[in-house]
Design a protein around this ligand. Structure first.
Ligand code: ADP
Ligand code: MG
Length: 659
């Protein structure tokens, strides 16, 4: 059985009238014909007789409403969009009356274009494109753009483009309609030579000269074949189509295409970059504000002592409350066994009377401490004004040495006198003054409310530090702690840590009821506030990204409608839907990624000025960079996908028909 290259059998193509679905226009009616390799056919007939429709169906740009069509034996009437695209790519080359070249691309770029959809390596396809141009007499026009070429030259570039993927069949709709006779003869000569080499050439033309030169004439009238003067075979040979890899257009090619698009559409590209940059810029600024607020809140919390737990407990025993047992050993156990613990401070405090000479104060807070530097009750370092702090040696030898607060020094020894070495008495026990505290560090910042004692002194400063063992063994005769301070690392996990400490203490002393006080409520309130901040700021950033994204989508949608014809051309040469989607996505993703990068840099560079401008706490973190870049890229993909899909869904014939 001999199989013709192209076989139409009873093919009809009806179009809906548009207004009412009832009346349909039969553009083709019951057409049966075969075309073989090496034929040079001219399709003639009056305007509206169905010539273009026949060509579209032959080229797999359109499908019959009934009848069968086989290409090299394969029934193509059942194929989906992508398989039709493959057929076009492998078998057909199109030549249009109005050339349909890409204006911004050179002759070589135009010829090369079909091969971008077969996965052919770039260097190879560029070399072949130049060879093809040389072979059709355009060797000196390789780098010219369409506007720099004559009509006939442009039409020969289209033929070159048709040949790029092999083109077993070249379909030409009025190829000489817009060129002068000299050019027409060149084009016909070229088509003739191609037929001689085994290409099947099918030309639609009004032109009698074209019809005369063809080797077979098919005449249409009202969609029917009214005459066919038989076969017009020039040679027995046939050419092979170039079958590309199914992998097709790689990402790199799409990205390169996006870059080329940017360079040839500078204004649209600049708008896209700018709208995304502004969006991402505001994302960085708002992240900076949110992070600043968060850290500020954390700082306030720390100063408030919200990272502190007080471990203690009382029980009612025989008419009075007595302290639960808690000793230095408990403090060590907490430090060693509980997670999220930054430091543990055992507190052994007593109110005592202090005297020196004839002067005295009734209630000073005497703190027996294990640490070797003075700290406030919030564990903040408290610099000395004079002298030194008790050492570990002092602790081990039960030395009776003390560091006193300024009000005590002022009241007992005198404002100007050198207090070091003076003897003071705590509840009658002599201690030697080893140091004098400076001003309470809380005085310089906020967050500490200063209270006064009964004797009118600042309570926080009316304090005496002595070594822990001296207090426990010499002064009080007990190592029963008032409470244990536990400072945590991660304030947000303070409740967990509190539970762990409570369990440990209950276990160690075999009872229920250790209580822990913390500032969890204040903490929660602050966290809620900073979360609210973050939510509001996040929403603002989202809004500005949305605005940027919509601008991008607008630009891209406009590009799609301007470039409908280009999309048609690309589909005609065999681009699949996903190639078109990828192309438009890349065209938005490349500039939006650049915009994301620019916005990130801008944000990082300018956000610190917000401190000065808005007097707001601002902080930058390294994780802003990937987040901001991701926002830019995501904007491109999210807002590019709608126009890209819209482009890829276009009907190739309708797309080619746009002007
Ligand atoms: P020719 O190329 O011979 O001038 P066409 O193939 O373009 O003729 O058109 C044949 C007939 O089909 C005409 O009546 C035309 O109006 C109609 N037709 C072609 N394409 C469409 C379409 N997309 N929708 C409706 N009618 C169409
Ligand atoms: Mg036509």
């Amino acid at each position: 059985m001999s199989t013709a290259l192209l076989q139409l059998e009873g093919v009809s193509r009806a179009f809906d009238d548009g207004d009412d679905g009832e009346a349909a226009i039969e553009a083709l009616a019951d057409v049966t014909l075969e075309v073989d390799a090496g034929e040079f056919v001219c399709v003639i007939g009056p305007s509206g007789s169905g010539k273009s429709t026949l060509l579209h169906i032959l080229g797999c740009l359109d499908q019959p409403t009934s009848g069968a069509y086989r290409v090299a034996g394969e029934d193509v009437t059942a194929l989906g969009a992508d398989d039709l695209a493959r057929r076009r790519r492998e078998t057909f080359g199109f030549v249009f009356q109005n050339y349909n070249l890409l204006e911004s691309a050179t002759a070589r770029d135009n010829v090369e274009m079909p091969a971008t959809y077969t996965g052919e390596p770039r260097r190879q396809r560029r070399r072949r494109a130049a060879e093809i141009l040389r072979a059709i007499g355009l060797g000196d026009r390789v780098d010219h753009r369409p506007a720099e070429l004559s009509g006939g030259e442009q039409q020969r570039v289209t033929i070159g483009r048709a040949l790029m993927n092999g083109a077993q069949v070249i379909l030409a709709d009025e190829p000489t309609g817009a060129v002068d006779t000299a050019q027409r003869d060149k084009i016909l000569g070229l088509l003739e030579r191609l037929a001689d080499r085994g290409h099947a050439i099918i030309v639609v033309s009004h032109d009698a000269a074209v019809a005369a030169r063809a080797r077979r004439r098919i005449e249409l009238a009202d969609g029917r074949v009214v005459s066919d003067d038989g076969t017009g075979k020039a040679s027995e040979g046939s050419v092979a189509g170039r079958v590309g890899q199914p992998g097709a257009m790689p990402w790199l090619a799409a990205v390169r295409g996006g870059w080329t698009w940017m360079r040839s559409h500078r204004l649209a590209a600049a708008l896209t970059v700018a709208s995304v940059a502004v969006g991402v810029w505001s994302v960085v600024a708002l992240l900076g504000l949110a992070e600043g607020a968060h850290r500020d809140a954390a700082g306030i919390l720390e100063r408030m002592g919200a990272n502190r737990l007080n471990v203690g407990g009382y029980e009612f025993s025989g008419q009075r409350f007595v302290l639960f047992p808690q000793t230095l050993a408990d403090a060590h156990a907490i430090a060693e066994q509980v997670a999220n613990v930054q430091s543990v401070v055992p507190v052994l405090n007593r109110r005592s009377a202090v005297n020196a000479g004839s002067q005295g104060i009734d209630d000073v807070m005497v703190r027996a401490v294990i640490h070797t530097e003075p700290r406030t009750t919030d564990n903040v370092l408290w610099p000395l004004e004079q002298g030194t702090f008790p050492t570990e040696g002092d602790n081990d030898s039960l030395a009776q040495v003390a560091v006193i607060g300024r009000p005590i020094r002022d009241r007992l020894i005198g404002t100007d006198a050198n207090a070091l070495g003076t003897t003071i008495f705590l509840d009658g026990t002599p201690f030697e003054v080893k140091g004098v505290l400076g001003p309470h560090p809380g005085r310089e910042g906020e967050g500490v409310a200063f209270a006064t004692t009964e004797s009118g002194l600042v309570w926080q400063e009316t304090v005496v530090f002595i070594p822990f063992r001296t207090g426990a063994e010499v002064l009080y005769g007990t190592d029963q702690l008032n409470f244990i301070q536990v400072f945590v690392d991660d304030v947000s996990r303070i409740d967990e840590t509190a539970a762990d400490v409570r369990d440990l203490m209950n276990r160690r002393h075999d009872r229920e009821g250790y209580t822990l006080t913390n500032r969890a409520e204040q903490l929660a309130a602050h966290m809620e506030l900073s979360n609210l901040h973050a939510t509001i700021l996040g929403a603002l950033a989202g809004v500005s990204l949305l605005a940027g994204g919509l601008a991008v989508m607008g630009v891209t949608l406009a590009a799609v409608s301007q470039r409908t014809r280009e999309i048609g051309i690309r589909m005609a040469v065999g681009a699949r839907r996903r190639d078109i989607t990828l192309q438009f996505l890349a065209e938005t993703a490349v500039p939006t990624t650049l915009g994301g990068g620019a916005g990130t840099l801008l944000g990082l560079a300018t956000t610190p000025f917000l401190v000065w401008l808005a007097d707001a706490p601002v902080a930058l973190a390294p994780w802003f960079v990937p987040v901001a870049l991701a926002c830019g890229i995501a904007t491109g993909l999210v807002f590019g996908i709608v126009p890209a899909r819209r482009a890829s869904r276009l009907d190739p014939v309708a797309a080619l028909a746009t002007t």
